[in-house]
Design a protein around this ligand. Structure first.
Ligand code: FES
Ligand code: FE
Length: 425
């Protein structure tokens, strides 16, 4: 892809271990490159199977100027299409979610079945070949009930590794047997990379997240022993090792897997202990839903965390799941889409209260949105200069950036060798 000399120079002089130069958070050219090189090429997490339980159910995914519709077809397969009519390009499906028999364009009523075939048109003449105007397909990948899409013609094939490795971790929580009990779209006033940077560290948790830190130990999120807290971090590591053997003996895969900057379809997972009652990410640290997920019988199973590049994180507890999708709107606004899932047979009012279920992450998202906005404002200031990441708490932020720059270089043909030779020249 052609990029300006200025952009090329910025990519080449990126200093590892530091936040980015201001244009990476603001410029239209960088944003367009992000949409092409990152969101246009990789597997993007967009929703869960319980979003579309019945044939004809759909949800739409906004990504900058693009819109994708994800639909359940009559054979119960999940399909995704560009949300664009093949006649004169009208947007097909409106709103976040809905249900249709066929996909009918509101403009001139061209009609597509749920597999994307154009099945009805008026006034196009007898020789008109509808088979030439199927909806444009988008690749779909499902991992234990989590739905990913890929806009590239040829998606990264290492998605299969992620699927094979992650499904045993997620399976005990039975995502397909859940329902979406609550969901929330939050528009953050900041660049999507600031949303991701903020998610990849818990350096900020203690002083910003009073609700989240009731149950969450900050140490599971990229902490390394430092002179200030070596003994606390070691105690957490010991607790984690002990809980891992308890959970693994119950058939729950728990050990860390981390490929955040060593694969194209990059991820990290680990089942982590929770504090206090150790049951769930709630205000009491006890379960918020009395009907546990799948066939689980124990409540104190900690939280299985799963993070993917470039746009998601998820927490699976014994009673509920919280799942987050980051979708860029423009260089300075980002949609954070959060869903809370419980067992589909759980009854609202008897087994759970949506407000109680969502209290922690509703508050935490709002706080994080404020931090993202604050950083975005700061990065626009003429006085802003890239600052150093903590080697003890922000290692995963650097891994996100390391992955991001590898992917930009792959897209623009700036190999690491080029980087070295130009940097030293
Ligand atoms: Fe869709 Fe005309 S633009 S039917
Ligand atoms: Fe946070």
């Amino acid at each position: 892809m052609q990029i300006s000399n200025e952009m090329r120079a910025m990519i080449l002089r990126r200093r590892p271990g530091y936040s980015l130069e201001a244009p990476f958070y603001q410029s239209k050219e960088v944003f367009d490159l992000d949409m092409k090189a990152i969101f246009g090429r990789h597997w993007i997490y967009v929703g869960v199977e319980p979003d579309i339980p019945e044939p004809g159910d759909y949800f739409t995914v906004p990504m900058a100027r693009a819109s994708v519709v994800v639909v359940r077809d009559d054979d119960m397969s999940i399909r995704a299409f560009q949300n664009v009519c093949r006649h004169r390009g009208a947007r097909l499906c409106d709103g976040h979610k809905g249900s249709v028999g066929n996909i009918v364009c509101p403009y001139h009523q061209w009609t597509y079945d749920l597999t994307g075939n154009l099945i009805h048109t008026e006034h196009m003449g007898e020789s008109f070949d509808r088979s030439q105007f199927r909806l444009n397909m988008v690749h779909v990948g499902v991992v234990g009930g989590l739905i990913f899409i890929c806009l590239a013609d040829e998606p990264p094939t290492d998605f299969e590794d992620l699927r094979r490795e992650m499904e045993p971790y997620i399976a005990p929580h039975c995502v397909a047997d859940c329902k979406v009990a609550f969901e929330e779209d939050l528009i953050e006033n900041g660049n999507w990379k600031l949303t991701m940077e903020n998610n990849r560290e818990c350096y900020h948790c203690k002083h910003n997240h009073p609700e989240l830190t009731i149950s969450l130990y900050e140490f599971g999120f990229g902490y390394q022993p430092s002179p200030e807290n070596a003994s606390e971090v070691q105690a957490f590591k010991d607790l984690t090792a002990q809980e891992h053997s308890r959970w693994e003996s119950c058939g729950l895969p728990s050990v860390e897997r981390e490929y955040l900057d060593t694969r194209i379809t990059a991820y990290r997972t680990e089942r982590l202990p929770l504090d206090k009652a150790g049951e769930s990410q709630t205000m009491s640290s006890k379960v918020a839903c009395q009907r546990l997920l799948g066939d689980l019988t124990q409540r104190n199973l900690g939280g299985l965390s799963f993070w993917t590049q470039p746009n998601s994180w998820h927490h699976f507890m014994s009673d509920h799941i919280v799942t987050f999708s980051v979708l860029p709107i423009d260089p300075e606004h980002t949609l954070l889409r959060t869903k809370w899932l419980v067992h589909k047979d759980a009854v609202e009012g008897r087994d759970y209260d949506p407000k109680e279920l969502s209290a922690v992450w509703h508050a935490t998202n709002k706080q994080d949105g404020g931090l993202v906005e604050r950083t975005h404002l700061g990065a626009q200031c003429p006085g802003y200069k890239p600052g150093p990441y903590s080697p003890f708490t922000e290692e995963l932020v650097e891994k996100f950036m390391s992955w991001y720059f590898q992917r930009l270089r792959a897209e623009t043909g700036l190999s690491s060798a080029t980087v070295t030779s130009l940097a030293s020249g």
